[in-house]
Design a protein. Sequence first.
Length: 131
Amino acid sequence: MAIVQDRPLATYAQQLARREQELRALLAAASQPGEANRDVQDFKDMAVEETLVAVDEAKAGQATRELGQVLAARRRVLDGTYGECIDCGEEIDPRRLAALPATPYCTACQALNEARSATPPPACGPGASAR
Protein backbone atom coordinates (compact mmCIF):
# COMPACT_ATOMS: atom_id res chain seq x y z
CA MET A 1 0.00 0.00 0.00
CA ALA A 2 1.53 3.29 -1.08
CA ILE A 3 -0.21 5.55 1.39
CA VAL A 4 1.35 8.71 2.69
CA GLN A 5 3.28 8.74 5.94
CA ASP A 6 2.14 12.22 7.01
CA ARG A 7 -1.54 11.38 7.54
CA PRO A 8 -3.14 8.10 8.54
CA LEU A 9 -5.33 6.37 5.99
CA ALA A 10 -8.34 6.76 8.28
CA THR A 11 -8.05 10.55 8.00
CA TYR A 12 -8.35 10.38 4.22
CA ALA A 13 -11.18 7.84 4.47
CA GLN A 14 -13.13 10.15 6.81
CA GLN A 15 -12.51 13.16 4.59
CA LEU A 16 -13.74 11.25 1.54
CA ALA A 17 -16.83 10.00 3.41
CA ARG A 18 -17.71 13.57 4.47
CA ARG A 19 -17.30 14.84 0.93
CA GLU A 20 -19.50 12.03 -0.38
CA GLN A 21 -22.26 13.06 2.05
CA GLU A 22 -21.93 16.72 1.04
CA LEU A 23 -22.15 15.90 -2.66
CA ARG A 24 -25.12 13.57 -2.20
CA ALA A 25 -26.95 16.29 -0.24
CA LEU A 26 -26.14 18.86 -2.91
CA LEU A 27 -27.41 16.56 -5.67
CA ALA A 28 -30.56 15.72 -3.71
CA ALA A 29 -31.29 19.42 -3.28
CA ALA A 30 -30.60 20.07 -6.96
CA SER A 31 -33.06 17.37 -7.99
CA GLN A 32 -35.89 19.07 -6.08
CA PRO A 33 -38.09 21.35 -8.14
CA GLY A 34 -36.82 24.88 -7.78
CA GLU A 35 -38.78 28.01 -7.19
CA ALA A 36 -38.88 29.11 -10.78
CA ASN A 37 -40.20 32.55 -11.34
CA ARG A 38 -43.61 31.83 -12.83
CA ASP A 39 -44.35 35.52 -13.41
CA VAL A 40 -41.66 36.21 -15.97
CA GLN A 41 -42.55 39.60 -17.37
CA ASP A 42 -40.17 40.16 -20.24
CA PHE A 43 -37.36 38.70 -22.28
CA LYS A 44 -34.70 39.93 -19.84
CA ASP A 45 -36.40 38.07 -16.99
CA MET A 46 -36.66 34.98 -19.17
CA ALA A 47 -32.95 35.20 -20.03
CA VAL A 48 -31.99 35.54 -16.37
CA GLU A 49 -34.19 32.57 -15.45
CA GLU A 50 -32.68 30.42 -18.21
CA THR A 51 -29.17 31.40 -17.14
CA LEU A 52 -29.87 30.44 -13.54
CA VAL A 53 -31.20 27.06 -14.65
CA ALA A 54 -28.11 26.48 -16.82
CA VAL A 55 -25.80 27.36 -13.91
CA ASP A 56 -27.66 24.97 -11.61
CA GLU A 57 -27.38 22.20 -14.21
CA ALA A 58 -23.65 22.84 -14.59
CA LYS A 59 -23.15 22.69 -10.81
CA ALA A 60 -25.08 19.42 -10.64
CA GLY A 61 -22.96 17.97 -13.45
CA GLN A 62 -19.75 18.95 -11.68
CA ALA A 63 -21.03 17.48 -8.40
CA THR A 64 -21.91 14.23 -10.18
CA ARG A 65 -18.41 13.96 -11.66
CA GLU A 66 -16.78 14.73 -8.32
CA LEU A 67 -18.99 12.17 -6.57
CA GLY A 68 -17.75 9.54 -9.02
CA GLN A 69 -14.16 10.47 -8.18
CA VAL A 70 -14.85 10.32 -4.44
CA LEU A 71 -16.52 6.91 -4.72
CA ALA A 72 -13.58 5.60 -6.76
CA ALA A 73 -11.14 6.94 -4.15
CA ARG A 74 -13.11 5.23 -1.38
CA ARG A 75 -12.87 1.95 -3.33
CA ARG A 76 -9.10 2.44 -3.56
CA VAL A 77 -8.98 2.94 0.22
CA LEU A 78 -10.76 -0.40 0.67
CA ASP A 79 -8.62 -2.32 -1.82
CA GLY A 80 -5.35 -0.91 -0.48
CA THR A 81 -4.34 1.12 -3.53
CA TYR A 82 -5.26 4.58 -2.25
CA GLY A 83 -2.36 6.95 -2.75
CA GLU A 84 -1.07 5.13 -5.85
CA CYS A 85 -1.45 6.74 -9.27
CA ILE A 86 -3.88 4.67 -11.33
CA ASP A 87 -1.83 5.31 -14.48
CA CYS A 88 1.80 4.76 -13.48
CA GLY A 89 1.46 3.11 -10.06
CA GLU A 90 3.80 5.58 -8.37
CA GLU A 91 2.94 7.12 -5.02
CA ILE A 92 0.95 10.34 -5.22
CA ASP A 93 2.65 13.23 -3.43
CA PRO A 94 1.19 13.61 0.08
CA ARG A 95 0.70 17.35 -0.49
CA ARG A 96 -1.39 16.59 -3.57
CA LEU A 97 -3.53 14.10 -1.64
CA ALA A 98 -3.98 16.60 1.17
CA ALA A 99 -5.29 19.17 -1.32
CA LEU A 100 -7.21 16.74 -3.57
CA PRO A 101 -8.00 13.58 -1.59
CA ALA A 102 -10.02 12.02 -4.44
CA THR A 103 -7.32 12.47 -7.08
CA PRO A 104 -6.45 9.25 -8.91
CA TYR A 105 -3.29 10.63 -10.55
CA CYS A 106 0.17 11.81 -9.59
CA THR A 107 1.08 15.28 -10.81
CA ALA A 108 2.96 14.02 -13.88
CA CYS A 109 0.14 11.74 -15.06
CA GLN A 110 -2.45 14.45 -14.40
CA ALA A 111 -0.47 16.81 -16.64
CA LEU A 112 -0.25 14.14 -19.37
CA ASN A 113 -3.99 13.48 -19.20
CA GLU A 114 -4.78 17.19 -19.41
CA ALA A 115 -2.43 17.60 -22.37
CA ARG A 116 -4.07 14.67 -24.17
CA SER A 117 -7.56 16.05 -23.63
CA ALA A 118 -6.47 19.47 -24.91
CA THR A 119 -4.94 18.08 -28.12
CA PRO A 120 -6.89 19.22 -31.19
CA PRO A 121 -8.11 16.62 -33.68
CA PRO A 122 -5.87 15.79 -36.66
CA ALA A 123 -6.03 18.06 -39.71
CA CYS A 124 -7.03 15.19 -41.99
CA GLY A 125 -9.44 12.30 -41.74
CA PRO A 126 -13.02 12.15 -40.50
CA GLY A 127 -14.32 15.45 -39.21
CA ALA A 128 -11.57 17.53 -40.81
CA SER A 129 -12.68 20.48 -42.87
CA ALA A 130 -12.00 20.42 -46.61
CA ARG A 131 -9.64 23.09 -47.90
